[in-house]
Write a protein that binds this ligand. Structure first.
Ligand code: SF4
Length: 319
């Protein structure tokens, strides 16, 4: 069965919907600690792109319990008995000693209400020893690994200070795939998710389509598409104020998104079609702060496409 939407994938893989709990495991990032630079990616907030996570002063268990309370208040009724994905989101979550990583991953994996672990990291921060640990964790609870590729255009990648070449991404995928190759059922693989940003300064539609084609060419399992947000106190904010580069309108974003969705390899799970930057940090585009309106508009556009295309889109985003 071809699985497209994240919720369809979760039903297939886990038999139910899962809720994500964002965690801050107290990491840093080579783009911030001076190894590659001090300022981080140009768009990255002080929270290391983990602004919805709990306080790093809390233990992983305490953060999970706090996250559960929030999810239960917001999304579920008492009878739901929800299960969760422990999402190591803030900063680079493989950038520590094996002992530290083992402790935090294990704490999440052993939690009764956690059904899976998602690890956001960089392709230059993964190696054989980390993969051996991840395989160990994967035998306890399924693991997702998320890479912020953002673009395949090396010029844009240098501008946003991504800090690694595409070849490093290729090597990391090859490494994970070498472990996945030993797992017979593809549904049981370590699920690799790649992030791409729509609307990076200087990028044309062709650049974005090229990024999708590039991602399609690798044995990855999921994609997160994200509108470029200009957030407060980032270098991108300074660039935006200095050069007033164009940010996308909702209509432009939906148009590009829908075209890109058609280019994504059909087996790749669409984890996200946009994102909502934290409202207190959002500088532009301000329309993106109204998540409900954005999703309604995108769904309306999808429904207005031709029957076949609409069916494809709906299949991909259902739920
Ligand atoms: S790699 Fe991630 S955490 Fe590090 S600066 Fe870039 S976006 Fe922020």
């Amino acid at each position: 069965m071809v699985v497209n939407s994240f919720n369809s994938y979760l039903k297939e893989r886990f038999g139910r919907k899962l809720y994500k709990i964002s965690l801050d495991a107290g990491m840093t990032c080579p783009n911030r600690d001076g190894t590659l630079g001090h300022s981080g990616c140009i768009f990255c907030s002080a929270g290391g792109s983990g602004d919805f996570a709990s306080s790093r002063l809390l233990s992983i268990t305490e953060q999970i319990d706090q996250g559960k309370t929030l999810v239960q208040k917001k999304f579920t009724s008492k009878s739901d008995n929800p299960c969760y994905i422990a999402y190591f989101q803030a900063y680079t979550n493989t950038y520590a000693s094996i002992a530290t990583l083992r402790k935090i991953y294990m704490e999440a994996a052993m939690h009764d209400d956690i059904a899976a672990i998602s690890i956001a990291t960089r392709p230059d921060c993964i190696d054989e020893s980390i993969m051996k640990l991840i395989i160990e964790i994967h035998q306890i609870k399924p693991v997702f690994i998320e890479f912020g590729l953002q673009t395949s255009n090396e010029t844009t990648a240098a501008y946003i200070r991504r800090g690694y070449k595409n070849s490093v991404f290729a090597d990391a995928i090859k490494l994970i795939d070498s472990y996945n190759s030993a797992i017979v059922d593809p549904l049981e693989h370590i699920h690799i998710v790649v992030h791409a940003i729509i609307g990076l300064p200087g990028e044309s539609y062709d650049d974005m389509e090229q990024t999708i084609n590039y991602i399609n060419s690798y044995p990855i399992h999921g994609i997160k598409l994200q509108l470029l947000h200009v957030l407060r106190d980032t270098d991108l904010e300074k660039e935006y104020k200095k050069y007033a580069f164009k940010v996308l309108s909702l209509e432009e974003y939906a148009d590009i998104l829908i075209k890109l969705l058609l280019h994504i390899r059909p087996d790749i799970v669409i984890h996200r079609m946009t994102g909502d930057g934290p409202k207190k940090l959002l500088i532009a585009p301000l329309w993106s702060g109204d998540k409900k309106r954005v999703l309604n508009y995108i769904n309306k556009c999808i429904n207005e496409t031709s029957l076949n295309q609409g069916a494809l889109y709906n299949k991909r985003i259902e739920g």
